[in-house]
Design a protein around this ligand. Structure first.
Ligand code: SF4
Ligand code: SF4
Length: 387
């Protein structure tokens, strides 16, 4: 079982210099300020950004603050976007430390965290209390992928249940490219939200279940279309749970290689279609995948890629991560609306993304401000373009 070294964690938390740089007024060299999306979209109290959260965490762990649900609230008002980590000059990772604090304090009651975890553990998804529906999209494909193959499409809960068009597009893309692939009969959730919200030991048990399912499929390569699944399977399972994983590849990485090698060719999407790209935190800041999605978009004839003011390592998040969409849906949508406004300022007609979870929240944000901008996964954009 994963053990958290409490002394190590306390030492890390003590590294915070309380400078407050993680709140705002940074990236001046890039011509803008504003780092913490939660601080920007709330009343701006100290506890809304990382410095205050860390002070609360230290007080709770030292026993100076009573361990109650109310006193831990601020620890969950955070999307774990990692923007503060990116800018923090101290010798620790504030975002990662907060994630571990949540795990250490997981005995404090928290209804949202525990509801999400119970659903995942019993029904293989965080959304509903039954297993129905997660694989319904397969019946609409017009072909039945096998459950065993060298390549597995691990579609994820959000694509499967909330954005089945994206799951279908991904499967159709693979077929159009001539790739034989499997889809699991009863795909377990990757458990990302359990790791983020502190149910670490359950997440580890769940991770073993996911790995067993992958092994049973015989897959040597696992393709994912969700940035959260990607980071969880590729980075968290080996680093946190010491699991030896097969090759975990995101669709944009996979299809970029196919385009580059000339194995597939893309038809034009239109004439001068202006697209901006939203960097999912799990793919960008967590894994450093910034150029692959952009290169794939640029490989589509007729696309003009334009950048938002904050992009790549400085990109503002969509507001959905870290469990925030469940803890505080209104705040989460407000953060998404900010991101949509930023996209609108580029003049783009499409916000392209590479994560159904981001897409879902960006759509909520667009709705909140009546934006007509189209939010689309890159797989949805290219599915009909293979020559
Ligand atoms: S987390 Fe980092 S940037 Fe924020 S107050 Fe502490 S040292 Fe400063
Ligand atoms: S991880 Fe993101 S939302 Fe959380 S405190 Fe840091 S900048 Fe704010």
């Amino acid at each position: 079982m994963t053990e958290i070294d409490l002394d190590d964690l306390m030492e890390n938390l003590a590294q915070c210099r309380r400078c407050g740089i993680c709140r705002d007024a940074v990236y001046e060299d890039m011509g803008f300020d504003g780092i913490c999306p939660v601080w920007k979209n709330t009343a701006g109290f100290e506890t809304s950004f990382m410095r205050g959260k860390l002070m609360i965490a230290i007080a709770l762990l030292e026993g100076r603050l009573e361990k109650t649900s109310d006193n831990t609230e601020a620890l969950y008002a955070c999307s774990l976007c990692g923007n503060c980590t990116e800018i923090c000059a101290a010798e620790f990772d504030p975002k990662e430390s907060l994630e571990l604090v949540r795990a250490v304090l997981s005995d404090i009651p928290n209804e949202v965290r525990d509801t999400l975890a119970e659903r995942i553990l019993t029904t293989n998804n965080p959304y509903v209390t039954d297993k129905k529906g997660k694989r319904d999209w397969v019946a609409e494909l017009g072909f039945e992928p096998p459950t065993k193959a060298d390549t597995l499409y691990y579609f994820g809960c959000t694509a499967g249940m909330k954005l089945p068009e994206t799951a279908k597009a991904a499967a159709r893309l693979l077929k159009a490219a001539g790739i034989e692939f499997a889809v699991l009969e009863d795909e377990p959730c990757c458990g990302s939200v359990m790791i983020r919200t502190g149910r670490l030991q359950d997440a580890e048990e769940n991770a073993k279940k996911v790995l067993e399912s992958i092994q049973e499929s015989g897959a040597k390569t696992v393709l994912v279309s969700c940035a959260g699944c990607l980071k969880t399977l590729r980075k968290d399972y080996p680093e946190k749970f010491n699991l030896s994983m097969p090759k975990i590849v995101h669709f944009v990485e996979y299809f970029l290689e196919l385009v580059k090698s000339g194995k597939i060719k893309l038809k034009p999407l239109g004439k001068n279609v202006k697209i901006t790209y939203h960097d999912p935190c799990h793919m960008g800041r967590e894994l450093g995948i910034y150029e692959e999605p952009r290169d794939l978009l640029k490989a589509i004839p007729g696309v003009e890629l334009v950048e938002m003011e904050t992009n790549r390592r400085a990109a503002m998040c969509c507001g959905a991560g870290g469990g925030l969409r469940s803890y505080d849906p209104e705040l989460s949508k407000k953060i998404a609306a900010d991101r949509v406004r930023e996209a609108e300022e580029t003049g783009a007609e499409i916000i392209a993304n590479a994560c159904p979870f981001c897409e879902q929240n960006l759509e909520s944000g667009a709705k909140l401000i009546d934006s007509s901008i189209r939010v689309a996964d890159i797989v949805d954009l290219i599915v009909d373009l293979i020559e």
